[in-house]
Design a protein around this ligand. Sequence first.
Ligand SMILES: C[S@@+](CC[C@H](N)C(=O)[O-])C[C@H]1O[C@@H](n2cnc3c(N)ncnc32)[C@H](O)[C@@H]1O
Length: 203
Amino acid sequence: MMIPKNGHRAHGFSSDFFLDSNEIIDELDLNGSEIIMDAGCGDGHIAIKLLDEYIDSGTVYAVDVYDASIEDMEKYKLENSVDNLINIEADITQGISEIDDGTFDVILTVNVFHGFNASRKIDEAISEFARLIKNDGRIAIMDYKKWDVPKGPPTQVRNSPVELEEYFSNHGLKMTYLNEEIGEDIPEGKSHYFVVFEKENIK
Ligand SMILES: C[S@@+](CC[C@H](N)C(=O)[O-])C[C@H]1O[C@@H](n2cnc3c(N)ncnc32)[C@H](O)[C@@H]1O
């Protein structure tokens, strides 16, 4: 396992090595006042980028199931006196009991969702995300395209946007945005997609 660039401990491979976090966050067109979760934050580089460059009056939640990642984020918060960062160690698929219904404007997951498929917990994850977003909130997923390529997770655990659309529609959520030209340049094209889901009854 490569040690993340920021030195924090992480359970998975940090996307800081191969994805541009500004490119990812710019997809969200934030105004700075949002309450936003970096779900499956790993080394927390996206949460930290949000705090440094995008979120001023809002709040960033960094959530991960790996205790060491959250310990390192707590250390970061204390050392840098970041008041609007909340770090939570939790398994998203089991529910994050510390967080109330309808808290988030945005939930962002980067390279996490295929893991829910691998553990056969996609519905549990979507149900929890649906509980946690505001009525007009957004769930944004950046993940590997469902291609049989050497880099990244096994093809069978990857989800295509069409497959995600079906899962989310069972929870009353619809796709409102899709970008399939994002991520790393690999011989086959762009490595990732970025998709947004919102509650169906709102828009
Ligand atoms: C491949 S890493 C990606 C980390 C980070 N998002 C990034 O882009 O660098 C996947 C992360 O998701 C976390 N994770 C996986 N399943 C989770 C779950 N059920 N609840 C919370 N975090 C989870 C892992 O601990 C790991 O930190």
